[in-house]
Design a protein around this ligand. Structure first.
Ligand SMILES: [Ca+2]
Ligand SMILES: [Ca+2]
Length: 192
C-alpha cells in the first residue's frame, strides 16, 4: 500500500553545503510517494546578519534598530512515482511544513535558538515559499554580538545556522523532517 510507505521520520534529509548554492544531497527511498526538498534557503546566500541598523534616516537616531533577520525558504514537493502522477490539490501528496527551528553553531558564542510554528502548504508537483525569522534581535544586544556594533563591518563573527523543518503529508499525517545548514556572518554591516 502506497500510503503506508509514504515517508518516514527523518527519511528525507537535505543538506546545503556551507556557502555553496543549492542542494547537495537528499535521501530518496524509491518506495516513497513524494519527495520534499528544501529548494533554496536565503536564495542560497550566507546570512549576513546586521547587528545594528541606522534605519531609513542615517542621521536620525530615532529609527535606529537592532533588526531581526527574515529569510526566504522555498520547498519543492515532487512525486517520486510518475505512474502515480498525483495532481495538485487532489487527495494525495500535498504536504505542509508546520514547525521550524534554527540553532546556531558559532565559536565562543552561545546564541539562543529561534523557531516556532508555521504553516506552509506545498501541493504535489509545486513549490512554495515562506519567510521565516532566522535570528531575533535579543541575542544581538548581548556579548559577543553587541561588541560588533560600530565596527563598520570590520569586526565579524562567523558561524553556522542549522535549520530543522518538520512537516507532514496532509492526508495521511505521515511526518517528515528536513535539515539544512547555512553560513551566518554577524557584523555591523554598512547601512544605506
Ligand atoms: Ca537612523
Ligand atoms: Ca549596520
Amino acid at each position: 500500500m502506497v500510503l503506508r510507505h509514504w515517508v518516514k521520520p527523518a527519511g528525507l534529509t537535505v543538506a546545503l553545503a556551507l556557502a555553496v548554492l543549492g542542494l547537495i544531497g537528499c535521501s530518496d527511498e524509491d518506495r516513497l510517494r513524494s519527495s520534499v526538498l528544501l529548494e533554496s534557503i536565503n536564495q542560497g546566500e550566507p546570512i549576513l546578519s546586521d547587528v545594528f541598523s541606522l534605519g531609513r534616516d542615517i542621521e536620525d537616531p530615532r529609527d535606529d534598530t537592532v533588526p531581526e533577520d527574515v529569510i526566504s525558504v522555498v520547498f519543492r514537493n515532487t512525486p517520486l512515482d510518475p505512474a502515480l502522477a498525483p495532481e495538485p490539490n487532489k487527495p494525495f501528496g500535498d504536504v505542509v511544513i508546520t514547525k521550524y527551528l534554527v540553532e546556531f553553531d558559532v565559536p565562543d558564542a552561545d546564541l539562543a535558538s529561534v523557531g516556532g510554528g508555521m504553516y506552509l502548504k506545498i501541493s504535489t508537483g509545486q513549490t512554495a515559499e515562506a519567510l521565516i525569522i532566522a535570528m531575533r534581535s535579543g541575542p544581538k544586544m548581548l556579548p559577543p554580538l553587541v561588541q560588533l556594533i560600530g565596527g563598520g563591518g570590520l569586526g565579524e563573527i562567523s558561524g553556522v545556522a542549522n535549520f530543522t523543518f518538520w512537516g507532514k503529508e496532509l492526508q495521511t499525517d505521515e511526518p517528515f523532517v528536513i535539515r539544512a545548514s547555512l553560513l551566518c556572518n554577524f557584523a555591523d554591516f554598512a547601512d544605506e
